[in-house]
Design a protein around this ligand. Structure first.
Ligand SMILES: [Zn+2]
Length: 121
């Protein structure tokens, strides 16, 4: 039956609901649905207008956190840090740091803006 041609009445919708009732989707079918609605195909996709927290959630799902990029440890809690300060939706603009390295990295960037001569070396 072509879609959009016939008006779906209440009884038609009820018959469709009853035909699916009690039937579970297979794992393969669930994966196909998830893939068809992932990332930019999702109705909730905001592209580059994403918020700070939304971008962090997306990067956390995409980036693989194995070890800190500075001290190479994997025993501490690992976080993601932005390189450029522009918060781009680009995996190359992000890196994995442990919490102590992340604090030092952010402080250096903050003071480099405030006192550029002191941090120029
Ligand atoms: Zn570290």
């Amino acid at each position: 039956m072509p879609t959009g041609v016939y008006e779906r009445t209440k009884s038609h919708l009820e018959n469709m609901r009853l035909s699916r009732l009690g039937k579970e989707l297979t794992d393969e079918h669930k994966k196909k649905i998830a893939l068809a609605n992932s990332d930019d195909k999702s109705v909730c996709w905001k592209g580059n207008k994403v918020s700070y927290s939304g971008l962090h959630k997306w990067i956390n799902k995409k980036i693989l956190k194995k070890y800190c990029n500075f001290c190479r440890t994997n025993t501490r809690k690992l976080t993601i840090a932005n390189k450029s300060g522009k918060y781009l939706r680009d995996l190359s603009d992000w890196m994995v740091l442990c919490v102590p390295c992340h604090k030092i990295y952010d402080l250096k960037r903050k003071y480099a803006k405030t006192y550029p001569r002191c941090w120029a070396k």
